[in-house]
Write a protein that binds this ligand. Structure first.
Ligand SMILES: [Zn+2]
Length: 136
């Protein structure tokens, strides 16, 4: 059965509706954007498919960066168990983030964290796409 879901990513103000088929297995399920319900200023020049692709990319970059920061800055993390009971580090509290024009991710670290430029360079190296994330 075809189902529709409304997605409000936490990375910008966009709201988009997409379709998926619940008869497909979850790990290989295709999703198809149907319409942009609302479009933020960063994504206003995109058609619905491009908007959807951009939202996935922006959201996944933010998630990757948070995961990397959890590895780089153990003082910001707690260790919890994943579903297989393996220890994983997670951020104690979410970091402030926003996307700047050009879809550059800005992450705000707590003021006591030193060496933000070093951390930013490490993120660039790990992401292999420099200038797409800045640390403040
Ligand atoms: Zn947006």
């Amino acid at each position: 059965m075809i189902r529709r879901t409304t997605w409000r990513p936490d990375t910008c103000g966009c709201v988009i509706e997409f379709e998926w088929d619940d008869s497909q297995p979850e790990d290989s399920r295709q999703t198809t954007p149907v319409r942009g319900i609302s479009v933020c200023s960063l994504h206003q020049d995109l058609n619905t498919q491009e908007q959807y692709n951009a939202l996935i990319e922006d959201n996944s970059r933010k998630n990757k960066v948070e995961q990397m920061l959890a590895e780089l800055l153990p003082e910001l993390t707690d260790t919890v168990q994943d579903v297989d009971k393996n220890p994983v580090k997670v951020l104690k509290k979410p970091l402030e983030h926003k996307y700047l024009p050009g879809r550059i991710l800005e992450i705000k670290l707590p003021s006591e964290i030193q060496g933000k430029k070093v951390i930013e360079n490490e993120l660039h190296a790990r992401l292999k796409e420099s200038m797409k994330v800045v640390v403040v």
